[in-house]
Write a protein that binds this ligand. Structure first.
Ligand code: GLP
Length: 263
């Protein structure tokens, strides 16, 4: 696992955007680049930087297929808290060459949630899997909507949100946890770890415990993000604030090894 520690959120975002753009640009034309994407506040800076690069002609999305991590069950596209809305509002609508038919987001209004999830997995497989899955994590370490104690082998499916997550996410629903949907559709931990590369963004004081659990804790379904330890090409891009619970030797180790400035 690589842990790339940047001074602040802005630098973390730029580092991750550059990493993703370089991967897209380095990809062969015969097959589209398949990119997994998250929602939340963590990736907003990356999206802004990728949009800037796209408009400046530094990266093209013409040959990129995207799969989003998750979607609330029961929210229509036009709901301003649906992840469909978030992704278009914060990213897709601003790209000059993203093809709408290459955007995949689980349908939260489906009347067949299990079928929708099975079809999503099949569609990912039809592209030969995901090249790079970018993610964020919740304060309890959830990756996508894989809450604590979700199987580390899980596939795309329906997830019950914990009370904690509904409370945390209520900031987007007028502060009322009851207004946060109780269920979501989400890729599984196994879906994410099957990707060729995984890049997870972790920033801010409130994620410090989760970062320490992800990097230093044992692999455990209690912290579903810890499954990244079993992936052979996982990167965590984080900021200084998120490092507050790391042991000093862990922190020094990753700063030292990244001094080589590999991209
Ligand atoms: C939600 C999403 C996750 C996301 C998490 C953290 O629960 N389902 O995919 O990683 O929020 O969000 P933020 O980046 O805003 O802290």
């Amino acid at each position: 696992m690589r842990v790339v520690i940047q001074d602040n959120y802005d630098k973390m975002s730029k580092w991750a955007a550059n990493y993703i753009a370089a991967k897209i640009n380095g990809h062969k034309e015969e097959r589209p680049f398949v990119l997994g994407l998250p929602t939340g506040s963590s990736p907003i800076g990356v999206y802004q930087e990728l949009v800037r690069m796209n408009k400046a002609g530094e990266v093209s999305f013409a040959n990129v297929v995207t799969f989003n991590m998750d979607e609330y069950l029961g929210l229509p596209h036009e709901h301003d808290q649906s992840y469909w809305y978030f992704m278009h509002d914060n990213f897709f609508d601003h790209l000059v060459d993203m093809k709408p038919e290459n955007i995949n987001i689980l349908n939260g209004m489906t009347d067949d949630p299990e079928g929708e999830c099975a079809r999503y997995e099949e569609k990912i497989a039809s592209y030969g899997g995901i090249d790079l899955f970018m993610g964020g994590i919740g304060v309890d370490g959830h990756l996508a909507f894989n809450e604590p104690y979700t199987s580390l082998a899980s596939r795309t499916g329906v997830r019950d949100l914990t009370t904690d997550t509904r409370i945390v996410n209520s900031r987007f629903f007028g502060g009322d946890p009851e207004k946060v949907p109780a269920q979501a559709l989400s890729v599984g931990i196994g879906t994410v770890t099957d990707s060729k590369e995984v890049l997870v963004l972790i920033s801010g004081h409130n994620k410090a415990r989760a970062l320490a659990a992800t990097v230093e804790g044992g692999v455990s379904q209690k912290w579903t993000c810890s499954a990244l330890q079993m992936h052979n090409a996982a990167i965590i891009a984080c900021d200084e604030e998120a490092c507050g619970e790391l042991m000093v030797d862990t922190y020094k180790y990753f700063l030292d090894i990244e001094k080589k400035e590999r991209l």
